[in-house]
Design a protein around this ligand. Structure first.
Ligand code: ADP
Length: 456
């Protein structure tokens, strides 16, 4: 038994996993104890997350932890941002949370800009303009499911919803609020004026907490069901990118790339840049747990490769990462390169077909086998990182000679090499489990703060 054991749960769009973490003299020791597939479910009315199934998995996980005789000091949950669930007055979930790739969000950004100029929206919220933001999703909800929106008493983002079911407390944190496009980054509050302008309700927006906050304890019902005690449930670094950047933080000369389903490349800044002229279609600010910000460029990342692997698998071709990367490395004669930000990659039925279509549209040779597809994806990602890094250098006036890559994609040596050469940067592969590490760091801060707070 160890008195300082944290349980970190990290939800990803293709899988979710849980780690136990122990604070030891040499640093944090992590042990993966649970992993389950995750994917959106397609129903007649759209694309949803099976959040009840995820919560069922979390309960199984908690029972398993109790069965091991582990004394848990805290639980933390992080996930992708923007997606949310709506609760009614009685705290009942009105509809499964929709996936950001739900086709009903298509074109919502353009619709939004008929009511408010993009620059003004960016000045208020700091969010990179895309169809998938919570604001765009709420506009889609207002049009297609207004009755649900009318009944909504509380909006909770994915980790908030799970925490609510764990401890009964409704709240969010700065890292999730700032990614929603509902939050005014300058005033540090929900942007009620913006919501009123768009005819959206704001009474449902929850309280926003900062770094390392104990929200509550595991509910008595769950204590009984799982066999655990009143374990503190922590918020503060709930957006997975915020957790990854927290664990990766380097010096001034360093940019960070969180390389997983998404590729998020950016720099940490104490505050927003006063005089920089930022293109909201290319960059956005996201909140860090401590109230500082990161300026990031966001494009689909390893998801592109994952989607192709799934298609090859359906066709009977099983491709390991090592084999794919090796094959792509040898295809030096193939010159095609995707643009990961191309709109045709957002809602594709077949990603391989979308890549072929992109090549035709840009007069490049179509890839023929997995090695060429992989090379086209990796070269495209490296090019997009190089462009984003050049823009970040100009915006921040920093040299940014080093790029720390964290997340599963850090293991892709070919991508690291292509990036180093395209972006003229030293690539340092960092922690593969940076998100979990950041999640745990935030939990430790919460427990420390709690212990230092005098009881009244
Ligand atoms: P997320 O948290 O967004 O689900 P991860 O940080 O777990 O993403 O990274 C997952 C990605 O890591 C995979 O899509 C894959 O491309 C990459 N990856 C995993 N293992 C390897 C490996 N052995 N070699 C190269 N890439 C890998």
């Amino acid at each position: 038994m160890n008195p300082r054991t944290s349980l970190a749960i990290d939800l990803g769009a293709s899988s979710w996993r849980a780690f136990l973490a122990w604070q030891e003299e040499a640093g944090l020791r992590l042990e993966e104890i649970y992993r389950e597939e995750n994917s959106p479910i397609e129903l007649a009315s759209g694309l949803f997350w099976d959040i009840e199934k995820i919560f069922g998995g979390i309960k199984r996980l908690l029972k398993d932890v109790a069965g091991r005789g582990v004394y848990l000091s805290s639980i933390g949950i992080d996930s992708w941002s923007v997606d949310y669930g709506l609760l009614d007055e009685a705290g009942v979930l009105l509809e499964l949370p929709r996936c950001y790739r739900d086709p009903r969000n298509k074109g919502k950004l353009e619709e939004l800009t008929t009511s408010i100029e993009l620059d003004v929206l960016f000045e208020r919220t700091g969010v990179m303009a895309e169809d998938i933001t919570t604001l765009c999703q709420l506009l889609a909800a207002k049009k297609q499911t207004p009755a649900i929106l009318e009944q909504a008493a509380t909006l909770l983002f994915i980790p908030d919803l799970l925490r609510y079911w764990l401890c009964g407390q409704c709240a969010t944190d700065f890292t999730l609020a700032t990614g929603s496009q509902l939050y005014n980054l300058q005033h540090r509050a929900w942007d009620e004026e913006l919501l009123a302008l768009l005819g959206l309700p704001c009474h449902m927006l929850p309280r926003v907490f900062g770094a390392g906050t104990v929200l509550g304890c595991l509910s008595p019902k769950l204590q009984e069901e799982t066999g655990l005690g009143p374990v503190p449930v922590v918020t503060g670094a709930s957006h997975d990118t915020a957790a990854a950047f927290l664990a990766a933080s380097g010096d001034q000369d360093c940019a960070i790339l969180s390389s997983g389903t998404w590729s998020i490349l950016g720099v940490n800044l104490p505050q927003t840049l006063a005089s920089a002229s930022i293109d909201p279609l290319r960059f956005g600010y996201e909140g860090n747990p401590d109230g500082s910000v990161r300026l990031v460029h966001n494009v689909p990342g390893m998801w592109l490769l994952e989607r192709c692997r799934a298609e090859w698998k359906r066709g009977g071709i099983e491709c390991t990462y090592a084999a794919l990367i090796d094959e792509a490395r040898r295809r030096t004669d193939y010159t095609g390169r995707i643009d990961p930000g191309w709109s045709g990659f957002t809602y594709p039925e077949s990603l391989m077909d979308a890549i072929r279509a992109f090549m035709r549209e840009t007069a490049q040779p179509e890839p023929r086998q997995p090695g060429e597809f992989t090379r086209a994806i990796l070269s495209g990602l490296a090019e997009s990182y190089a462009q984003a890094l050049a823009e970040l250098r100009a915006l921040t006036n920093r040299k940014l000679g080093r790029l720390v890559v964290v997340g599963g994609g850090a293991q892709n040596e070919l991508l690291n090499e292509l990036t180093a050469s395209r972006a003229n940067v030293v690539v340092s592969p960092g922690c593969i489990e940076a998100t979990i590490l950041g999640n745990v760091q935030n939990q430790l801060l919460a427990i420390e703060t709690l212990q230092q707070t005098p009881s009244s």
